[in-house]
Design a binder for this molecule. Structure first.
Ligand SMILES: [Zn+2]
Length: 172
């Protein structure tokens, strides 16, 4: 059975209450919620009154949670995920040109195939973690951004960290 929280396939799932929503989760995720039966018994008195409104809210919460889960498989990163910036190709190319390196020189500089870099710069190849780190270090750019999923996005926090110099200039 798939865990409704992390999506992992497990032989059996456990029913837990998480913020008022009942989820079938793997034992690993179960510790994030309250035991379903325990919650049920404590709620049982209020349940007969206003049950229609209450249950609809639970369903809405479940749907909302399911949507939030789509973007990530990491249960610890439900609120935010780290992704390569959308215009990474442009960021890489402009930073490389600013350093006065052509594709040849740059690919040699970071020991990658010229074709790989060309594809990255054309936005046709999303660099993997290792390559991202290499490029960020070599060109002094940021290729990763923290994406918050769900509502209430503008909490600030990490936003300054993902700004590249290019972004900063554009916003002026
Ligand atoms: Zn799980």
């Amino acid at each position: 059975m798939p865990c409704e929280m992390c999506g992992k396939s497990v032989p059996f799932t456990k029913s837990v209450m998480i913020d008022g929503a009942k989820l079938e989760v793997c034992p690993e995720c179960a510790r994030f919620g309250d035991d379903y039966k325990a919650s049920m018994s404590s709620q049982s008195s209020g349940r007969s009154t206003g049950s229609t409104g209450g249950s609809r809210t639970v369903i809405e919460q479940r749907l909302e949670r399911r949507e939030k889960r789509m973007g990530t498989k990491d249960v610890y990163a439900q609120a935010k995920t780290v992704e390569v910036v959308e215009n990474y190709g442009k960021v890489v190319r402009e930073a490389r040109e600013a350093k006065g390196m052509d594709l040849d020189a740059f690919s040699k500089f970071i020991s990658e195939k010229k074709g790989t870099i060309a594809k990255v710069e054309a936005n046709r190849l999303v660099p993997d973690d290792k390559l991202v780190k290499k490029i960020e270090k070599a060109l002094d750019v940021k290729l990763l951004e923290t994406v918050l999923s769900g509502a209430g996005q503008s909490t600030g926090g990490n936003s300054s960290g993902k700004m590249t110099l290019g972004d900063f200039i554009k916003k002026k």
